[in-house]
Design a binder for this molecule. Structure first.
Ligand SMILES: Cc1cc2nc3c(=O)[nH]c(=O)nc-3n(C[C@H](O)[C@H](O)[C@H](O)COP(=O)(O)OP(=O)(O)OC[C@H]3O[C@@H](n4cnc5c(N)ncnc54)[C@H](O)[C@@H]3O)c2cc1C
Length: 138
């Protein structure tokens, strides 16, 4: 019927990025360097409006251990039973899913964290595009 949309009308994407923040935007920018690559960024996070944990810097220490913390998603070798991610940031046991943010960081660097997240996203883009192997210097 005219005006109705079917599932086949939906665009197809090569990659779906969940979260249009620091890492998500870097990844989207890098992947779309290839004009044939179709990327969908889904931004659906909660608003910071009224969140006193975010709005008041004196409360930031309380973000440790919250959903804003790092190190929640360990990366490691195949024989590491606690490693959720493999060295290419792929979720073990789940096909086609990678984690690109501060979750795999074993410790937080002493520089501004956003810089390290930016570099992690650049590295992830290289891994995804197959231009760099794990452990290979850029
Ligand atoms: C209060 C605060 C102050 C900070 N100040 C500094 C600073 O001064 N300097 C510095 O270097 N770093 C700072 N950081 C750290 C820096 O913001 C982070 O290291 C960096 O932004 C992390 O990047 P990310 O891509 O992992 O997450 P984000 O940039 O937070 O991106 C995650 C995105 O995912 C979205 N999202 C969440 N849930 C969903 C969902 N279910 N579906 C779809 N999308 C979703 C969010 O809305 C967000 O846009 C600060 C962090 C906080 C919390």
């Amino acid at each position: 019927m005219a005006g109705e949309r079917s599932v086949t009308d939906e665009p197809e994407y090569d990659y779906v990025i969940v979260g249009g923040g620091t890492a998500g935007c870097v990844l989207a920018a890098r992947l779309t360097e290839d004009p044939d690559c179709r990327v969908c960024v889904i931004e659906g996070g909660p608003s910071d409006v009224g969140d006193e944990r975010i709005l008041r810097p004196r409360n930031w220490i309380n973000l440790l251990g919250s959903e804003f913390d790092y190190g929640s998603c360990r990366m490691g070798a195949d024989d590491d039973p606690l490693a959720v991610l493999d060295p290419q940031l792929r979720v073990r046991g789940v096909s086609g899913v990678r984690v690109v943010d501060a979750s795999p960081f074993p410790t937080m660097p002493t520089i501004n964290p956003v810089l390290t997240v930016l570099l992690a996203a650049e590295r992830a883009a290289d891994l995804i595009k197959g231009t760099q192997q794990p452990g290979e210097a850029r």
